[in-house]
Design a protein around this ligand. Structure first.
Ligand code: ATP
Ligand code: MG
Length: 140
């Protein structure tokens, strides 16, 4: 079993797509280990996306991610990290495959509905950024 970290981004929450996104995730076989709704500051968004600090879109990205409520979550499944990335589709929805979350809901390369960790180390960092150990403890 592998865990990954995901965010339903502000565009999707604003448009009322949270439930539909979660339904696609569960239908694909992921177990929802933990989920919470929160609003993050621009600084908190910058800490989360620190790897992108030198990118030209960083300022706009951190404004967007702090523009409204998000849902952060931890998902579990065999091969969860790669399988979620596949279900999300390409970063730019124009390039996303049919049947992916971004193809269905994303409006632009920035406002692209969902985040998913891209590797084991980033998943650990991202889960730890938003969740404490007691929120992730499961026995079933
Ligand atoms: P995420 O990390 O959110 O799961 P990703 O791994 O597909 O998405 P990254 O390259 O890590 O894409 O970029 C992080 C986020 O930054 C993207 O999801 C998107 O919201 C935004 N972004 C990426 N490229 C651009 C761009 N060229 N212009 C504007 N925003 C961008
Ligand atoms: Mg990424």
């Amino acid at each position: 079993m592998q865990r990954t970290f995901s965010i339903v981004k502000p565009d999707a929450v604003r448009k009322g797509h949270t439930g539909a996104v979660l339904a696609m995730i569960e239908a694909a076989g992921f177990r929802l280990v933990a989920i919470k709704r929160l609003s993050i500051s621009k600084q908190q968004a910058a800490g989360f996306y620190a790897v992108h600090a030198q990118r030209p879109f960083f300022n706009s990205l951190t404004d967007f991610m702090s523009s409204g409520p998000i849902f952060v979550m931890v998902l579990e499944k065999e091969n969860a990290i790669a399988d979620l990335r596949k279900l999300m589709g390409a970063t730019n929805p124009a390039n996303a495959e049919e049947g992916t979350i971004r193809k269905k809901f994303a409006g632009s390369i920035e406002e692209n509905t969902i985040h998913g960790s891209d590797a084991e180390e980033t998943a650990s960092f991202e889960i730890g950024y938003f969740f404490a150990g007691y929120e992730l403890y499961t026995t079933t």
